[in-house]
Design a protein around this ligand. Structure first.
Ligand code: SF4
Length: 76
């Protein structure tokens, strides 16, 4: 189960990640930044959102990490 992390200090809420990987990421309507969606979210603090995703979504997560303009997403 790959781990996915969004660094909220770095995320600027551009929306690229949830456009590229709608099953994994969503906009937090309070902060306008990205977070990991349920049921994959394991932790959601003020500074980061962490989740574990099934292996078949790893490619989508990596595409989102590569497409993130600020480098806020890490996978693995
Ligand atoms: S692509 Fe990066 S900067 Fe844009 S919303 Fe997602 S995590 Fe934030």
């Amino acid at each position: 189960m790959p781990k996915v992390r969004v660094d909220k200090a770095v995320c600027m809420g551009c929306g690229a990640c949830w456009a590229l990987a709608l099953q994994i990421f969503e906009e937090n309507s309070n902060t306008f930044k990205s977070r990991i969606k349920e049921p994959y979210r394991k932790e959601d603090s003020g500074s980061e959102s962490i989740g574990e995703i099934p292996d078949n979504l790893a490619g989508d997560a990596k595409a989102a990490a590569e497409g993130c303009p600020t480098g806020a997403i890490t996978v693995g």
